[in-house]
Design a binder for this molecule. Sequence first.
Ligand SMILES: Cc1ncc(COP(=O)(O)O)c(C=O)c1O
Length: 290
Amino acid sequence: MAGAAYDDRDGVIWMDGEMVNWRDAKVHILTHAMHYASSVFEGERAYNGNIFKSREHSERLIASADALDMPLPYSIDQIEAAKDEALRASGLQDAYVRAVVWRGSGEDMGVASAKNPVRMAVAVWGWGAYYGEAKMQGAKLDIAEYKRPSPETIPVHAKAAGLYMICTISKHKAEAKGCSDALFMDYRGYVAEATGANIFFVKDGEVHTPLPDCFLNGITRQTVVQMLKDKGITVHERHILPEEMTDFEQCWLTGTAAEVTPVGQIGDYTFEVGDITREIAEDYEKLVRS
Ligand SMILES: Cc1ncc(COP(=O)(O)O)c(C=O)c1O
């Protein structure tokens, strides 16, 4: 299965209320989402057959769809049931779960989309460490040229496809330089997040992480902030200037796909994979399987 194209695999995909053959889970070329990014999604992981924080992800999916004026024709319980059905059908215990909601093809092919159906699918596949080899050695990050936009520009808290355009561009540039990912500053110049993960720093035994006021307040981020507080570690959620990275000693990324991934270098700034980073990575691994 490894290396197989994502549209050419065995299995089934939950699509608009039915389980369809994996290779038949298709959309028309005049799908509104393909032309205008009318699409929102979730990335979730199942551990030992249970989706971690499943309900929080379903709530965020509904909130993202609302932000794009795409009324979802499913209740939260129906979304939960769909994800569960897709996971069971995959036969996998540890898996990545992708739920996606989009405007399909219908009577509208201009920018407006109210006459097009809101559709939904859930696909499940096996996915190991997001950053591969870099996972425990310390990932190397490039600094992205694009900035995370202002909340006045776009619905920044939606997990919406349109917000990933600059992520893909920045990640391609990063990979071409031998980096695993890119770190974005925001529209004001503060440190924001990576292309698919939030960021944390350590200095003098305390943790600093950017205030999520113009990017996704990740479910993993919120989990890790709570874990740190429960351990009695002070967490500063605040605006962070890029120059401050000179004095930060440790750094890691959090995300459903990334889990807790140590960072060794961002541009010219370097970090050690220290005790707090290692402990949090191990604690997170235990928590998701508890
Ligand atoms: C842009 C972006 N930021 C942050 C995150 C982390 O969010 P979560 O921890 O909810 O997966 C993700 C991953 O979903 C992401 O794509």
